[in-house]
Design a protein around this ligand. Sequence first.
Ligand SMILES: [Zn+2]
Length: 230
Amino acid sequence: MYILKLNFIFPIEFIHLIKWPWCSIIFDISHHVISSGAEAFIKGTKVFPHLSSLYAGSFEENGVRIDRVGNMVSSFEKIEAIKRICKGEGVDLFQDLGLGDYFIQRRRLLIFGDGQTDRSMFRYGLERGSASIGVFEENNKRVYDKTVKQLGNDVVRILPRNYREGSVIDREVKEMLIGLAETSCDMDPDLVYRHGLNQIINPGIKTLVGKHLEDCAYCTKRKGKKFIYR
Ligand SMILES: [Zn+2]
């Protein structure tokens, strides 16, 4: 499964990503947009009918024209939106769930974003085994450098924003999905994350996770960061 966060304006080529036929054979894929931008814009795109959910800001109209931005989605609300998506419709945000009761397990999320307001969301995912992917305007070195500086600590990938078939994102995301489909790794991703920070208190658990990381190609790959400029 796979969460997609789109920018305010996004390329229509993205449609192809939604329609990977081989993906739907392996995964039950759902597509969600969490955007600081306005709902009205996203609803008007070709992408909208393919979305499973949309969390976005709104405009207020004065009867004649758009008057002002009604509400924006804050970085905190973006995390809430992820929690809601993962827990599933109709489940209270503050209800505790067993792993098997989640609609989408957080280690099966791919989270895309490009800006400062995505940092908390990326970090939330990173700590729980999601793939947090920062994107930047292709061939723009200035934006790439800024993205690395702003988001480098919060993501596992920084990739040029080009969703066409054969593009860098296309290749990287497919590789991640295949990794997810093939792995038999059953280590808790939050333990792996905390092991990397030397934050595990119990010596037995620390050793166990360390031993697992020596043998598990999936965890090693997932932890590794890859920033690609193009
Ligand atoms: Zn593992």
